[in-house]
Design a protein around this ligand. Structure first.
Ligand code: ZN
Length: 130
């Protein structure tokens, strides 16, 4: 997993420049690995009408899904201060999370690895409809 984390870190460093964050001035980037082994990146994209802003994590997730991916096994999120994923991103992740999905929250000071099940327990899911 250490190699995967380093690869996603490198992808995030390349992608950070694409953040469109003129309002918050907070640049966030994310890179993920799918269960099929492919990687995708995303960055936060803000909008003057704030509610249309989308987080880096969801950009990466939707890019992967729109290319036919079904499951995410590792996601790396970088911002200077190391913001963890917000509630909506956790909910979207829960729909496509591998059973052992790891979430890496990184900052300029280092990173922390979390089990997704630990940071988003008892999620509302397709199982809720049964
Ligand atoms: Zn979010």
């Amino acid at each position: 997993m250490k190699e995967d984390i380093e690869k996603l870190k490198d992808l995030c460093q390349e992608n950070l420049k694409n953040s469109y964050s003129p309002y918050s001035k907070i640049k966030v980037t994310s890179a993920l690995k799918t269960s099929s082994g492919k990687t995708y990146t995303g960055c936060n994209i803000e909008n003057a009408s704030f509610s249309e802003t989308i987080c880096a994590e969801r950009v990466a997730i939707f890019k992967a899904l729109s290319e036919g991916e079904k499951e995410i096994s590792l996601i790396y999120i970088y911002s200077e201060k190391g913001f963890p994923p917000c509630g909506p991103c956790r909910q979207v992740l829960s729909e496509f999370a591998a059973k052992d999905l790891k979430v890496v929250v990184a900052s300029s000071q280092g990173h922390q690895v979390y089990d997704f099940a630990e940071i988003y327990p008892n999620s509302f899911s397709k199982e809720s409809f049964r």
